[in-house]
Design a binder for this molecule. Structure first.
Ligand SMILES: C[S@@+](CC[C@H](N)C(=O)[O-])C[C@H]1O[C@@H](n2cnc3c(N)ncnc32)[C@H](O)[C@@H]1O
Ligand SMILES: Nc1nc2[nH]cc(C(=O)O)c2c(=O)[nH]1
Ligand code: SF4
Ligand SMILES: [Mg+2]
Length: 230
């Protein structure tokens, strides 16, 4: 008999979606462990396919982190939503790379619990059926295998992933999100200032200029960092 499937989760918490077309929407964030484009260790960031990640996704030691069955993970997500009778319950599956783990059985359980499901992905892996809001965020030279999405949210600038490469990708919304300072010491010591300073500020100005010149694209700010809410 094979062991029941489990999911490795770094952290799960309730906040506002900070980015993209759903910005401002209350959501439970479920951050799955691991990524296929970086091992998550600072000493190997330089050689990674994705080298600007702003997130710690190693292990299961974050808030509400752990290894869960689908039933346990669904119960955890339900417990983090404040009132199932108010609003449309929303869970954002992110990571790390959520498509390494998210599958149809978990999607079915979350739907049965009344949740709509958003996914934040780098686009390099096939997606299971049933996702309600798919956000694809291409990384460097990596191949995007997903062929359509609700929003394409491109971190800008990236030498190997310029917006022109994706202008004909099938998406309802096209966003540029300024490349933010990801230095870990800044992420912990002064995140609000880091979100407004130096590199982030220059990249924001460049993204604004690109959107103004190419109005297919809209600006996505990481509003949770500006507000310091997570
Ligand atoms: C940490 S990733 C996890 C989901 C998935 N692996 C991905 O890359 O889309 C969540 C979002 O943060 C964005 N992101 C990561 N590092 C960033 C940075 N330094 N500046 C701006 N956005 C960043 C990603 O592009 C993605 O849209
Ligand atoms: N508030 C908030 N919004 C987010 N949108 C995408 C995020 C992510 O890390 O995937 C994120 C995040 O980490 N926090
Ligand atoms: S693909 Fe996403 S989770 Fe993976 S390293 Fe890049 S930003 Fe981080
Ligand atoms: Mg984040």
């Amino acid at each position: 008999m094979s062991a029941a499937k489990t999911y490795r989760v770094k952290e799960a918490f309730y906040t506002l979606q900070g980015e993209g077309a759903q910005a401002g929407r209350p959501a439970v964030f479920c951050r799955f462990s691991k990524c296929n484009l970086w091992n998550g260790r600072e000493d190997s960031r330089a050689g990674a396919i994705c080298d600007f990640c702003d997130t710690d996704f190693i292990g299961t030691d974050g808030q509400n982190g752990g290894q869960y069955s689908g039933t346990e993970l669904t119960a955890l997500i339900i417990s983090l939503w404040p009132d199932l009778s108010a609003g449309e319950p929303y869970v954002v599956c992110t990571g790390g790379e959520p498509l390494l783990q998210l599958d149809e059985p978990l999607i079915e359980q979350l739907h049965s619990a009344g949740f709509s499901i958003g996914v934040e992905t780098n686009g390099t892996l096939p997606a299971p059926a049933g996702i309600d809001w798919l956000c694809v965020s291409p990384k460097g030279a990596s191949e995007v295998v997903l062929t359509e999405c609700d929003e394409l949210k491109l971190v800008y600038p990236q030498t190997e992933a310029p917006p022109e490469r994706f202008s004909t990708f099938r998406a309802r919304h096209y966003y540029l999100q300024p490349l933010a300072d990801y230095r870990p010491q800044l992420l912990t010591s002064d995140r609000i200032q880091a979100a407004n300073d130096g590199l982030s500020r220059n990249n924001t100005a460049a993204a604004v200029a690109y959107c103004l010149a190419h109005p297919q694209w809209k600006l996505s700010l990481q509003t949770h960092k500006l507000l310091g809410i997570d």
